[in-house]
Design a protein around this ligand. Structure first.
Ligand code: SF4
Ligand code: SF4
Length: 237
């Protein structure tokens, strides 16, 4: 009975999902703006008096054992001060830029970059090694652990003058159902201009479509993506 009790008690520890490594701070880039602290759903960031002599009153401090590796604070930080070790801001931006350029240069008809929450509509089986959607090579996917990681400056890249992609499709998890508590809410606030950092007003909103879908709704994902692309094609005519 004792052995059975011990085994039963250990099940949650043996079966719990492994977290990725905690987010890291590059202190010299931190301006102490406090946005990451306000947005972190796990109180894994706090502010303290500046320690490095930079001309800002505060600096952010990460508490690694509280960090869920969701990347939401990377979406909050406009100063390139936060990185997930296995998914840095520089790597994500380079991927967005490269894929957007390929879609623009190689595609016939409108190209679409998809930002996909890993907990929303499941696209793993539908995405090739080059990041394109199989059978819809006009669309490329950048997958993020949480849509709250989608920093406004990332969303702007496909629309830069040197790229000029037709559209961006954001696939979030269902509203109010975020595995990391707040990612869908914070992203929606940034897009609609009531939660900083804000998506630039100058970006034509008809070129951005946001959908909120569960992991079982990939059929709906493809239907809405096709409709979005048709609307972009109509604009070209
Ligand atoms: S959002 Fe960036 S700049 Fe602002 S406090 Fe956090 S790490 Fe520093
Ligand atoms: S990665 Fe997520 S849990 Fe970790 S500090 Fe950033 S917002 Fe908080």
């Amino acid at each position: 009975m004792v052995a059975a009790t011990l085994i039963a008690a250990s099940v949650p520890w043996l079966t719990r999902s492994r977290r990725g490594p905690a987010v890291r701070l590059t202190l010299e880039n931190c301006t102490g703006c406090e946005l990451c602290m306000e947005d972190c759903p796990y109180q894994a960031i706090y502010m303290r008096k500046r320690t490095d002599g930079m001309p800002y009153p505060l600096e952010a401090v990460i508490v690694p054992k509280r960090c869920a590796s969701c990347g939401i604070c990377m979406g909050s930080c406009d100063y390139n001060a936060l990185d997930l070790p296995d998914m840095t801001e520089a790597d994500v931006k380079a991927r967005i830029r490269a894929l957007s350029k390929e879609l623009k240069e190689e595609g016939e008809g409108p190209g679409v970059l998809v930002f996909a929450c890993a907990k929303g509509a499941r696209l793993d089986g539908f995405t090739g090694p080059d990041g394109r959607l199989k059978g819809r090579e006009w669309a490329g996917v950048v997958s993020l652990p949480c849509i709250g990681m989608l920093q406004p400056s990332m969303l702007s890249i496909p629309f830069e003058k040197s790229i000029g992609l037709d559209g961006v499709f954001v696939s979030s998890c269902r509203q109010g159902d975020c595995q990391y508590r707040k990612g869908d809410e914070w992203f929606t606030g940034r897009l609609h201009g009531y939660r900083p950092p804000l998506v630039r007003k100058s970006i034509d909103r008809s070129r951005i479509r946001t959908v909120y879908l569960s992991s079982a709704e990939e059929g709906e994902f493809f239907k809405l993506l096709d409709e979005f692309r048709s609307s972009l094609a109509d604009r070209r005519e």
